[in-house]
Design a binder for this molecule. Structure first.
Ligand code: SAH
Ligand code: SF4
Ligand code: F3S
Length: 461
């Protein structure tokens, strides 16, 4: 069985990074590689890196150090282990990675994963390779489709990349440099991938892209289609019960996408809409190309289309020049929108981005203090939103067994984890669940059909 080898792929980044990890494993399957969850017995370890903040990028080198020890142990047993670094740090740092960490055999940028089988064959001959070009061919065309078995193993919810790259150039962000210019996949190729996933049992598809609502892929008629139009098309694919998309930019939220929220029952009423700051001065310095009011208007239009819609966001605190007043504008925006959740980050200067050159960097302790205040406020918002769900009946897509016997865990339309007593035969179905209680990060509920009228009254429904 000399052709049978194991690959371990570890993701450090966003959803696009996770999707790419799956595609890399899929690309290597025809070359005889099967996936393993453990790095120590792998013949090939791929670290799929993220460069968004300094902490994320630094993790890579400590991880390479850990894998290097395994590589040496394998060599002592006469086994060869290859180490590949892929993803956004690979794209940004290229051969510098091999110079800093000589245990690395391959550095492969985010646009070249379809060439992996050929590169691995060359590595086996003893070469070291760095490939971070942006090639002209479409990597999606060249990438192998996942097998039915691989899809089934990954569960009933799946990501599908529809768009890659970014032309926005926010002054703090590395993505336009590590992922390149915006490119959209054609509508029918996406529809075919979604249909294949549905046949393998996938029920929920999240369309992903660094700027997903800037999507403008070629439609059946040869014209560019918007994300809204794509969603109408995908809602017709048999077997797909739920559609989501992420991450969107406030500027690209057009009428067609807003109408899709009003019209499509499958489109979940939960939108991740990063704002970054509530101060117009800081938004301008970030080159976000939207004001605080533009953002609030988009939120209002979405709420008018779909009154039960909920929002999450990303925030950066301590961008260069951010004053207490600017920060307070952000805190006020939180209250004006009323978020179901959000991510918040302390500004991290990234080499090569324009914001690094700005004076007036905010001291670390000020950033940290603001981050703590913001996070406490986000937690309060999240708790309020979750509390508002108690007593409501939410459709839950049941995904897997829970921690206690007889229990299943699923996702609400708002991406909350919901624990509910239900038979295993219900895995993969949607069921109305009455929310009865809150955990720290989860909701508890009971299948609506198992609850009698008096019990419902007791639960406060
Ligand atoms: N395309 C998405 C975001 C991609 S990066 C968008 O436009 O919103 C995910 C998040 O990381 C960003 O929303 C931002 O909040 C955060 N981020 C990006 N660069 C950062 C930096 N240099 N420092 C701190 N946070 C950053
Ligand atoms: Fe980065 Fe801005 Fe592009 Fe988002 S829109 S990926 S934050 S440059
Ligand atoms: Fe990180 Fe690259 Fe995604 S920098 S956030 S893995 S696009």
């Amino acid at each position: 069985m000399s052709n049978f080898r194991k690959v371990h792929v570890k993701s450090f980044g966003c959803q696009m990074n996770v999707y790419d990890s799956h595609r890399m494993a899929d690309a290597l399957a025809p070359a005889g590689y099967s996936e393993t969850a453990q790095p120590d017995d792998a013949d090939l370890v791929i670290l799929n890196t993220c460069n968004i903040r300094e902490k994320a990028a630094d993790k890579v080198y400590s991880e390479i150090g850990r894998i290097r020890v395994m590589k040496l142990e394998a060599a002592a047993q006469g086994r060869r282990m290859l180490i590949a670094v892929a993803g956004c740090v690979a794209q940004a740092e290229g051969e510098e990675i091999i110079r800093r960490a000589s245990a690395v055999d391959l550095v492969v940028g985010s646009q070249n994963y379809h060439r992996l089988p050929e590169m691995i064959a060359r590595l086996r001959e003893g070469e070291k390779i760095v490939d971070t070009e942006f090639p002209v061919e479409d990597k999606f065309d060249a990438l192998a489709a996942p097998t039915r078995a691989a899809t089934a193993k990954r569960g009933i919810s799946s990501f599908v990349t529809v768009q890659e790259g970014c032309d926005k150039f926010c002054t703090f962000c590395v993505v336009p440099y590590t992922r390149g210019a915006e490119v959209s996949r054609p509508v029918e190729k996406i529809a075919a991938e979604v249909a294949r996933l549905a046949e393998a049992g996938v029920q929920e598809v999240t369309l992903i892209g660094q700027n997903v609502n800037a999507y403008h892929g070629e439609g059946r008629d040869g014209a560019p289609w918007s994300l809204g139009r794509l969603l109408y098309r995908l809602a017709d694919v048999p077997g797909i019960a739920r559609l989501r998309y992420t991450t969107s930019h406030p500027r690209d939220m057009d009428d067609e996408l807003i109408a899709a929220h009003a019209d499509l029952a499958a489109l979940m009423p939960y939108v991740h809409l990063p704002v970054q700051s509530g101060s117009d001065r800081i938004l301008a310095a970030m080159n976000r190309k939207h004001t605080r009011q533009d953002y609030l208007d988009v939120v209002a239009r979405l709420r008018a289309a779909r009154p039960d819609i909920a929002f999450s966001s990303d925030f950066i605190v301590g961008f260069p020049g951010e004053t207490d007043d600017d920060f307070n504008d952000t805190m006020r925006l939180l209250d004006e929108v009323g978020y179901a959740g959000a991510y918040s980050f302390s500004y991290s200067p990234r080499p090569g981005t324009p914001a690094v050159e700005l004076g007036d960097q905010v001291p670390a302790e000020v950033k940290l203090a603001r981050l703590h205040r913001l996070q406490a406020e986000i937690t309060r918002h999240q708790r309020n939103f979750n509390t508002s769900c108690v007593g409501r009946t939410l459709e839950v897509l049941l995904e897997k067994p829970g921690r206690i016997s007889g229990q299943l865990v699923g996702k609400s339309p708002y991406l909350q984890s919901v624990h509910v007593m239900a038979p295993p035969s219900m895995i993969g179905s949607q069921a109305p669940v009455v929310i009865t209680d809150l955990g720290t990060n989860t909701l508890f509920g009971a299948l609506a059909e198992t609850i009698s009228a008096p019990a419902l009254a007791l639960a406060g429904a």
